[in-house]
Design a protein around this ligand. Structure first.
Ligand code: PLP
Length: 637
């Protein structure tokens, strides 16, 4: 556990149990020992074939823990309740969940249901998100806020006004000045009195990766001049009483409470000015930005860490709003936050499998062609070759690699000019291979091939280089013997993971050997990507037509360490992902079946009927590797 720093990034939800497996404590520190869930048992239940009592799901697999979600919501609410009580703040906290972080139906429904006692609401940033928020909130608290952010056209605004007619506590937040004309016009037409918010473009700038849209030149929100024009126009239309909320968002992963307090303080000043100008202000919405400590370093210097916890975050917000409002004698507003990452990141784990690993057996050096090669070399090339041999005799491996590379470059140039033959080029390739493998053998970084698509399942790693904790989920009571990088199934050179938390360029891994079923893994090797519950699922695409993973939802059930799989959804089939790109699997199958009837004769060894049924199965199977095709090192089990 110490090697992978699990206590730093995983607490209070993840630890290692006495079997050396990852244990999930859904209620954090409040978890009783019998409530812990052994992740390997979940993976086994999900992936074992139906014939042996499993669910027969293929990996990769997302394991969701709704109880973790509940704990995150409750912890956020109690952090604010505590700060509000402790500081004598005279209003309350009422959060919303930005559905863009993870729009999965059950995640959103769980949040609405579990958050209803705290009047927890939803934030939408597009028309489909608004539709899903509207229907989910029908079962939530009547006071829950429905915050409408994002670029808006007439259709979006009409929909938000309809939501208000349906008695959902909807606020239209103006992100662009032009939206106001539409709001005034459409609300008159639909005879709805809207509740309006403005998104302020703050001067406070968050300098990390996720803050690139903050500051004066940021993409979103209204400048002070525009806010003043909005106030005038609303006044002129007799609608200034509709302006009730001030919103801002200085970016995700706010690194420190100092920066947070700076931004909240600036926004609170604008809030007080709007009160002075006659708006009926009620809510200050501080946006998202509550960060996650992905590497457990608790550092404000890194994009993947933050230097505070929930309590410190809430205390800084309450204090900054109270300080400004008290000085201006303004009634304390309701504090709303749009925390997404902080609510959903911990609740799911992506489990995948290493299916093979490169081996660093150094081949015997072939002297075939070498003599011939040396004869054909230019003088510089011969000097490289001599230097290489001398360095090898002295055992200076790094220098060998340098000379080998240099020699190879010269040979390629000679080959392009036509002064070197293909056998000589092959001889130099063999020589370089031998040198690099000899060096590799003294410092082996293996490549583990994993049954996963980085593009589909960890898009932020590929797109913005974001790191997530990735570790084996079992055998954690054995010392890993090798270091490895992970290479995915896509045929894209970006489809690899060679950067890990802590700045490491490889991951300590166990040998892919059969363990005789000791850990219950049947000799397989499973890894988990943690803290990826926010953003990753919705961003992922269908690169190489690998669809999404299978999903199980796991809840605590009665009995010691027992759990119940309350929902199991297989990942998309080959047919499903083909359909995403407008192909028609049914027609494709018919075409191939006709071709089989035309060209395959029953005496060819495979009757066309069985050939057609094998094709049909391929359309229905998942695009990932199936469990039977493992590398020879694990096949023994
Ligand atoms: N609100 C708005 C307007 C956002 O743009 C975002 C995401 O960047 C969020 C909330 C969620 O932020 P976070 O996931 O950092 O809580």
């Amino acid at each position: 556990a110490a090697l992978y720093k699990i206590d730093c990034w995983g607490a209070p939800y993840f630890s290692v149990n006495s079997s050396g497996n990852i244990s999930v404590q859904p209620y954090g520190t409040a978890t009783l020992p019998h409530q812990e869930i052994d992740l390997m048992k979940v993976v086994k239940k999900a992936s074992d074939p139906k014939s042996s009592g499993g669910l027969g799901l293929q990996l990769p697999l997302i394991v969701r823990f709704p109880d973790v979600l509940k704990n995150r919501l409750e912890s956020l609410q109690s952090a604010f309740d505590f700060a509000i009580k402790g500081q004598g703040y005279e209003s309350h906290y009422q959060g919303v969940y930005p559905v863009k972080c993870n729009q999965d139906r059950f995640v959103v429904e769980d949040i609405v249901k579990m958050g209803s006692q705290f009047r927890f609401g939803l934030e939408a940033g597009s028309k489909p998100e608004l539709l899903l928020a509207m229907s989910c909130l029908c079962t939530g608290s009547p006071d829950a806020l429905l915050i409408c952010n994002g670029f808006k056209d007439a259709e979006y605004i009409s929909l938000a006004l309809v939501a208000r007619k349906l008695l959902l506590n909807t606020v239209i937040v103006l992100e662009q000045e032009e939206e106001l004309d539409l709001v005034i016009d459409l609300s008159r037409k639909l005879a709805v009195r809207p509740v309006i918010g403005v998104r302020a473009k703050l001067r406070t700038k968050h300098s990390g990766h996720f803050g690139s849209t903050s500051g004066e030149k940021g993409k979103f929100g209204l400048t002070t001049t525009q806010i003043l024009r909005v106030v005038k126009q609303l006044e002129h239309s007799g609608m200034l009483d509709c302006l009730k909320l001030l919103h801002f968002h200085i970016g995700s992963q706010i690194p420190s409470t100092a920066l947070l307090a700076d931004g909240v303080g600036e926004a609170a000043q604008i809030y007080c000015e709007l009160v002075r100008l006659g708006a009926c202000m009620r809510v200050i919405d501080i946006g998202g930005g509550l960060g996650i400590d992905y590497d457990g370093s608790k550092s404000a210097e890194s994009d993947i860490s933050v230097s505070y916890g929930l309590e410190e975050y809430a205390a800084a917000v309450v204090q900054a709003v109270r300080f400004v409002c008290d000085r201006k004698s303004v009634k304390h507003p309701v504090i709303c936050s749009e925390s997404g990452r902080a609510i959903v990141s911990h609740h799911s784990i992506l489990v995948f499998e290493a299916v093979s690993a490169s081996v660093y057996d150094v081949p015997p050096m072939s002297t075939h062609g070498l003599q011939y090669l040396v004869q054909g070399l230019t003088e510089d090339g011969r000097a490289d070759y001599l230097n290489l041999s001398n360095a090898a005799n002295r055992g200076e491996l790094d220098i060998c690699l340098l000379y080998a590379d240099q020699l190879k470059q010269r040979c390629v140039e000679q080959f392009k000019e036509g002064s070197l033959g293909i056998e000589q080029l092959a001889a130099v390739d063999g020589l370089c291979d031998f040198v690099s493998k000899s060096i590799g053998a003294s410092n082996p970084i293996r490549t583990y091939n994993v049954n996963l698509s980085v593009f589909t399942s960890i898009p932020d790693f590929w797109g913005i280089g974001q790191l997530f904790p990735i570790i084996p989920i079992h055998r954690l009571d054995q010392r890993p013997g090798v270091s490895g990088v992970l290479s995915d199934l896509t045929c894209d050179s970006d489809g690899k993971i060679d950067k890990f938390i802590g700045g490491e360029s490889s991951l300590p891994l166990h040998e892919l050997e059969g363990d005789g079923g000791v850990s219950g893994s049947g000799g397989r090797y499973y890894l988990g990507m943690f803290l990826g519950g926010a953003y990753e699922e919705a961003l992922g695409g269908v690169h190489n037509l690998f669809g999404g993973p299978s999903v199980v939802r796991v809840s605590q059930s009665d009995g010691p360490q027992s759990f119940a799989v309350t929902r199991a959804v297989p990942g998309p089939s080959c047919g499903d992902v083909l359909r995403v790109m407008q192909h028609e699997p049914e027609l494709m199958f018919e075409t191939l079946k006709h071709r089989a009837e035309e060209f395959v004769h029953d005496n060819d060894g495979m009757a066309h009927v069985s050939l057609a049924s094998s094709l049909a199965r391929s359309f229905r199977n998942m695009p990932y590797l199936v469990a039977t095709s493992y590398c020879c090192s694990t096949a023994a089990n």
